[in-house]
Design a protein around this ligand. Sequence first.
Ligand code: UDP
Ligand code: MG
Length: 316
Amino acid sequence: MTALSVAIPCYNEKENLPELHRRVTAACRASVGESYQIVLVNDGSTDSTWETIRNLAADDHHILGANLSRNHGHQLALTAALSYCQGERVLILDADLQDPPELLPEMLRLMDSGAEIVYGQRRSRAGESLLKRTTAALFYRVLEKLSDVAIPRDTGDFQLISRRVLDVLRSMSERQRFIRGMIAWTGFSHVRMPYDRAPRFAGHTHYPFRRMVTLALDAVTSFSIRPLRVGLYLGAFLCALAVILIVLTLFWWIVFKPFPGWTSLMIVFLLIGGVQTILLGLIGEYLSRLYLEAKNRPLFVVSELINVEAGKQRGA
Ligand code: UDP
Ligand code: MG
């Protein structure tokens, strides 16, 4: 049985791969000897990432390479990587070396003392823009308020999980995946490991603002139905307000003369129209996700695999 698997999704990371391989290999050797596996998934890169993975795998049977047929996005690429992990423990890592593999021994130690999940919590985020840092900070705090499960704040996918957690994770077939939340959802005992996030070794982020918004919406919609209730509360509030306004207007009409009301009517009209449209959009967000889930397509498509046999020989 393999002691440790490292799951790494890679999108346009060719400059990072050799250094990543060197540092991950050193960290694995130092902590578990030869009993480890590095799962590299190429997520439809447009550079030579796949060729680089191939070359690395040709000289190192610890590497299992999987090539996705096209770009599937970070969370699905990671899902693919996890599906090939055979280890007793699994380290989830980004390819850009923002999360130092050298923390592996400490994470293993924390797991030895009884936890099923060791999650890295970012104390600082070097080399990331002010916009990214503030939106991330805001996002984790809003999610904390909305979510029904406690998802630890400032935590990425840099986590060490046990086989038990992995098995539960694998049984969750949802398409809108917010994996750090799904790990927290399993509810197994967890322990925090604060660390400083390094800048990328090379290349640039693949999470532009648009993708961050999608991830945030996926996170909120898959971990909370509270936003749907906003409509209910807001509707009740507006009805109450309407009753008060009706009474006041009638009073005014009886006592004085008809109410010259174009401006006030217009304001109320626009406000209610805007609120209704937002709520419809919100329902649309949930509905579209329901629609995508209902299709039940496979989560990812693999076009090529390397060193799977080598993995099997090592006892999986
Ligand atoms: N990634 C991926 N598919 C994508 C985008 C990103 O597999 O479509 C990988 C990327 O190669 C990296 C990880 O996901 O290993 C995190 O991406 P990135 O470093 O760009 O995100 P950030 O750290 O800036 O949030
Ligand atoms: Mg990164």
